[in-house]
Write a protein that binds this ligand. Structure first.
Ligand SMILES: C[S@@+](CC[C@H](N)C(=O)[O-])C[C@H]1O[C@@H](n2cnc3c(N)ncnc32)[C@H](O)[C@@H]1O
Length: 432
């Protein structure tokens, strides 16, 4: 396909996402199925345009003076590829599939308008109703913090300590530019996609197939390590889902058969079995029914609650979710978070057992506020100092991560801007 066809396809996909309120990944997949002539290079170029347009929908729309799918796609092209109006026009000359070009004046406005004069929520690239939530959650620099979640993300891998070490894995993935992560001692990072490119298909590599590496954001690796799981302990991953953190816990406990993985939704657990096999994580027992957990009540040294949340920390990877989120959905999530914490608390061993609360959201109402509400309902728990937990499980902590404005209590907040990771909240509570 030529550039014009790719642009038209990106406009079509964005239209579909907007009109049918559907996830962008589904819209892209459907487009691919009905346009089988498109090659893999076309698909990744179209995907990049669509994702870039969604990540920065508000600021692109404001700078273009128009937020139609067509204007957003041209904005993504101009920004992502550094193309000026005349270069775009020249590239599309005689291309009958190309969508109608914005005017030269629109391109000029896009290039020169001062975004600093735009409303806060536009600069932050978030919906208006979320501006206050972000300001409370991320403090005086919330606009820059939110805008960092509108950048392209890297591809992070965790090296499975049960099967390999980071140096060897890095050597096997050197052609993709994989390098050690800054904060996780187990991580490898492949830089964000440039231009029309795409991330390598690491799942096809022997090092992945043999279980030596797993795809996991560095932030997710860090919060898994902060749980502090040790060999010989009884550990319950209460919201295990597809097992991203279960696998990390299994590697941290060097294979002792004491990890229990549970999820209230059996369908979500489905991928865990194959992932555990590949990682040779034999220490994990998977439970899909609450009744199977009876023997664990009051008996777990560590319980991880990786709670259902809005996912606001993952908007670099799922930018469409940012525009679908509603106030009522946020309220539904906070109620679920209270319920899941209450259900999980009974498994924690009195007299020193730990309850780790994690979300992949940066919103204080899902994070510190939930911890505070939990402590009010459960006076037998106390929150540990997050800085001390980091020093105990990892190393010196950069003080920025501990600064959780409006978070209440001693939580840790990772963000794209502070830690260069997806957004994660972490708090560890001890049962007296
Ligand atoms: C953020 S996801 C878990 C992701 C997973 N830990 C990982 O790292 O791949 C949250 C999970 O919590 C589960 N969940 C929601 N409510 C629950 C409850 N009351 N008890 C247990 N699990 C629950 C959901 O089914 C979902 O799979």
């Amino acid at each position: 396909m030529r550039l014009g066809g790719r642009l038209a396809a990106a406009v079509e996909v964005l239209d579909d996402v907007a009109k049918r309120h559907r996830p962008v990944a589904d819209a892209l997949k459907d487009w691919g199925l009905s346009h089988r002539f498109a090659g893999s290079g076309d698909r990744s170029a179209i995907g990049n345009l669509v994702y870039d347009a969604l990540r920065r929908r508000r600021s692109f729309g404001w700078r273009m003076g128009n937020d139609s799918p067509r204007a957003l796609v041209f904005a993504a092209l101009a920004e992502g590829y550094g193309m000026a109006a005349d270069a775009v026009a020249a590239a599309l000359e005689g291309d009958r599939f190309a969508p109608k070009l914005p005017s030269a004046a629109d391109f000029e406005r896009f290039r020169t308008v001062d975004l600093a004069k735009a409303p806060d929520a536009v600069r932050a690239d978030v919906p208006d109703w979320l501006a206050d939530e972000f300001a409370i959650s991320l403090g005086p620099e919330w606009i820059a913090e939110a805008a960092a979640f509108a950048e392209r993300p890297p591809l992070d891998l965790r090296v499975n300590a049960l099967l390999g070490n980071r140096e060897e894995a890095a050597a096997k993935l050197a052609e993709f530019g994989a390098a050690a992560t800054r904060l996780s001692p187990l991580g490898l990072r492949i830089p964000p996609i440039a231009g029309a490119g795409r991330h390598p298909n690491v799942q096809a590599e022997a090092v992945f197939q043999m279980g030596t590496v797993e795809v996991q954001d560095e932030g997710s690796q860090l919060v898994s390590l902060l749980v502090g799981a040790k060999a010989g302990e009884t550990i319950l991953d209460f919201c295990a889902g597809a097992g991203g953190k279960t696998l990390a816990l299994a590697a941290a406990t060097a294979g002792e058969r004491r990890i229990h993985a549970f999820d209230a939704d059996r369908r979500r657990l489905a991928p865990i079995y194959e992932r555990l096999r590949r990682a040779r994580a034999e220490s994990v027992e998977v439970h899909s029914r609450t009744g199977e957990l009876e023997a664990l009540e009051g008996a777990c040294d560590r319980v991880l609650v990786d709670a259902p949340c809005t996912g606001s920390g993952t908007w670099r990877r799922r930018p469409d979710a940012k525009w679908r989120l509603s106030r009522s959905a946020l309220e539904k999530r906070t109620a679920e978070q209270d319920a899941v914490l209450d259900s999980a608390a009974r498994f924690v061993r009195p007299g020193g057992g730990r309850l780790a609360y994690v979300t992949c959201s940066v919103l204080a109402s899902e994070n510190g506020a939930r911890v505070e509400a939990f402590l009010a309902r459960h006076p037998d728990f106390a929150v540990e100092d997050a800085g001390a937990v980091w020093r105990e499980e990892l190393s010196d902590v950069p003080p920025d991560f501990l600064n959780v404005p409006g978070g209440g209590g001693s939580g840790l907040l990772l963000t794209a801007r502070r830690s260069g990771t997806d957004g994660f909240f972490f708090a560890r509570l001890v049962r007296r």
